[in-house]
Design a protein around this ligand. Structure first.
Ligand code: 5AD
Length: 347
């Protein structure tokens, strides 16, 4: 087995590394973590500098027809507080964000049948009309190829759909029978074909996940070459079947981010809300390992608590639009600069 320096150097040069070598990096140690993350950060500096792109997250609905075992807004959770924003509320939220300097809006929600193509098209058109030069990212789960095509034609620029796990057996442990990994992958391929800047991603430390599963996720990302990758730790939610499962590890999440940065130097890589939610400094750790995006919450304050994917999800402070000054200070303190550019992918 080669030393971790050799493995990291190979990744950085775009040369092959073996699965066992990836496992060695994922297992980590003080020395290898320090080297891995510093190399990933250098690569990111070379492409994006110290600029961190800002995205305004608007959580449009907590209704979901799916029943993913890990997720707090799963259909079977009778304690979940359900809401959906009206088109006017969504557009109004985006306009307020635009005034505050946001140039990307991420419309995320459960798979809520209320949000038909017609409804989403109208919302996308209105945001693109009212907010000149902005980008709209959708994160509304699995839809038909026709639906994705219509939303693209209405002006949507990007789509986030985490694959959750690239291993079929593991996917079945996280989802009910009705959900299939092949469907998820078909959706991702359609999105990319249709010209979306496409994002996939996975949870670190989701129940039953092995390091071999994580290697599969990294290999999938390497071959799919998405424009964006969302990676955050699994965090249990009290009203789900996984309530008693342990949370994912922050160091392992940070190693995954760094490896993805080395594999795809130009990818857009957020320091996710989940990473920012598990203890202090998570977000900055993500950026120091090669992250270059933050996604503060723009949702109206009265619905924020209801969009409860996992326990302890942060939504105030630096995660809110009001907290943007605090966010800027936090980033500047770590040597980064908050960018108000639209921040398209350089893939
Ligand atoms: N912990 C961490 N992330 C979660 N997500 C859903 N539930 C959880 C949880 N319990 C993530 C999924 C989904 C994204 C919107 O939120 O990866 O794709």
């Amino acid at each position: 087995m080669r030393s971790f320096q050799h493995i990291v150097n190979s990744l950085r040069r775009g040369e092959g590394v073996t699965d066992d070598e990836l496992v060695l990096l994922l297992e980590g140690s003080c020395e290898s973590d320090a080297y891995l993350t510093s190399q990933a950060r250098e690569v990111c500096d070379g492409v994006y500098g110290r600029e961190v792109y800002l995205r305004g997250l608007i959580e449009i609905s907590s209704y979901c027809k799916n029943d993913c075992y890990y997720c707090g807004i799963r259909r079977s959770n009778k304690s979940a507080q359900r809401y959906r924003l009206t088109p006017d509320e969504i557009v109004g939220t985006a306009r307020a964000g635009y005034a505050a300097g946001f140039r990307t809006f991420v419309l995320q929600g459960g798979e809520d049948p209320y949000f038909t193509d017609e409804v989403v098209e109208e919302v996308v058109r209105r945001i693109k009309d009212d907010c000149a030069g902005c980008a709209v990212t959708l994160s509304l789960g699995e839809r038909s190829r026709e639906s994705y095509a219509r939303l693209k034609a209405a002006g949507a620029d990007r789509y986030l759909l985490r694959h959750e796990t690239a291993c079929e057996k593991h996917y079945e442990k996280l989802h009910p029978e009705s959900m299939k990994l092949t469907e998820r992958m078909d959706c991702l391929r359609s999105l990319k074909d249709l010209g979306y800047q496409t994002g996939c991603g996975f949870m670190v430390g989701s129940p039953y996940q092995t390091l071999e599963n994580v290697v599969s996720d990294l290999r999938f990302i390497e071959s799919f070459r998405p424009h964006m990758v969302g990676i955050g730790p699994f965090i249990p939610h009290r009203d789900t079947p996984f309530r008693d499962k342990g949370a994912g590890s922050v160091p392992l999440t940070v190693r995954c981010l760094a490896i993805v940065r080395l594999m795809l130097p130009r990818v857009l890589l957020p320091a996710t809300t989940a990473l920012g939610s598990v203890g202090t400094g998570g977000r900055v750790m993500g950026l120091l390992a090669g992250g270059n995006v933050v996604m503060p919450n723009l949702s109206p304050p009265q619905v924020r608590e209801k969009y409860s994917l996992y326990d302890g999800k942060v939504s105030a402070g630096a995660e809110s639009a009001e907290g943007i000054a605090a966010l800027r200070r936090e980033l500047e303190g770590a040597g980064f600069k908050l960018s108000f550019e639209v921040g398209h992918s350089k893939m």
